[in-house]
Ligand binder design. Structure first.
Ligand code: NAP
Length: 309
């Protein structure tokens, strides 16, 4: 029987792991399909306190895992298949193995939002991607025009990163100003290789018949004019969706699937706590996720102490 199982190894999950491990709770931590979480797909993180020169996202997550393991956390490359939270202890199906636990911390993060186009689905991995740091250096994108869709910090980060490889980067945004933080927006618009395409949406990725990306069909939302923009790759960076499907109908969440805690990090099921991007659609920062992971660990520790008293 486990004291605490933590779902997710992003900033929230690994911080919860550090705290519960230091509280001698011997946590079991499940990576899911993306060990280290979304931060492993970014390049330099410049706003995590303590790193004035910035830190590589992958390195930051590797360090967090090492820190958690140093204090006894057991990090397992495994995926949660289903949960039974209507009884105590809770029952978890982890890759076919039944695990019982007294408490649970959900830190399952968020995944990339999609444009919702059929052509996007058909050309995924054939030029459509959701991660510039993962795919930007591929030969198919070198010295070619590329498209980034979105207007937030992620889109700016992707566009800036891609200027290393692309001949030019078209940043297609549905409004006429960026949502990104001022520093990122200024840096992006000052880069001569980045060409903003304002007030525009992608209506189709071309060319499904050729089984590779040759361009995008773009519609100006103000004039309704349509045009085709040639490119070799489409990088979609339009936000995130929480990874909470498994808990639908069991754990309270809002209409977009973000878990809504009742008090602190405690969910509607006593003994189940939540932290990080799967419950936060407002701040969504590495440091806020880490802070919430800490809070969930403290809440879980107090809950377990109450069970034993
Ligand atoms: P975001 O801030 O939610 O921005 C998403 C962007 O995509 C918005 O510009 C939005 O347009 C656009 N969009 C959403 N749905 C769309 C659709 N269906 N079609 C076309 N465009 C669509 O998401 P994010 O950029 O991933 O950032 C998420 C959080 O992480 C933010 O808090 C951000 O500050 C943080 N972050 C920080 C850094 C950093 O500090 N280095 C890096 C990455 C992310 P509208 O503007 O019209 O809504």
């Amino acid at each position: 029987m486990e004291n605490v199982v933590i779902i997710g190894t992003g900033c929230a999950g690994l911080t919860a792991a550090i705290y519960t491990a230091r509280a001698n709770l011997n946590p079991l931590v499940l990576t899911g399909l993306m060990p280290g979480g979304l931060l492993t797909t970014t390049s330099i993180v410049e706003n995590f306190p303590g790193f004035p020169e910035g830190v590589d996202g992958y390195e930051l997550m590797t360090r967090m895992q090492k820190q958690a393991e140093k204090f006894g956390a057991r990090v397992k490359f495994a995926t949660l298949e289903s949960v039974k939270l209507g009884q105590s202890p809770f029952q978890l199906d982890i890759d076919g193995d039944l695990i019982e636990t007294k408490s649970l911390i959900i830190a399952s993060g968020a995944g990339h939002k999609r444009l919702g186009l059929e052509s996007e689905d058909k050309l995924e991995k054939k030029g459509v991607t959701y991660c510039a740091t993962c795919d930007g250096a591929l030969p198919m994108f070198r010295n070619k025009p590329l498209v980034v869709v979105g207007g937030g910090d992620s889109a700016c980060e992707e566009a800036l990163y891609l200027t290393r490889f692309a001949s030019e980067v078209h940043l297609i945004h549905r409004r006429d100003s960026l949502r990104a933080s001022r520093i990122m927006a200024e840096r992006t618009l000052a880069n001569a290789k980045i060409k903003p395409v304002w007030d525009s949406v992608v209506t189709e990725v071309l060319d499904v018949k050729l089984e590779k990306v040759t361009g995008v069909r773009v519609k100006n939302v103000k004039s309704n004019a349509e045009s085709v923009l040639d490119c070799a790759g489409v990088f979609v960076a339009i936000g995130h969706v929480p990874n909470t499907q498994l808990f639908r109908g069991i754990i309270d969440m809002d209409e977009n699937g973000y878990i809504t805690p009742k008090q602190g990090t405690q969910t509607n099921v006593t003994g189940v706590f939540v932290a990080g991007d799967c419950s936060d659609h407002v701040y969504r920062q590495a440091v806020t996720a880490a802070g919430l992971g800490c809070a969930a660990a403290i809440d879980a520790e107090r809950y377990l102490a109450g069970l034993n008293s």
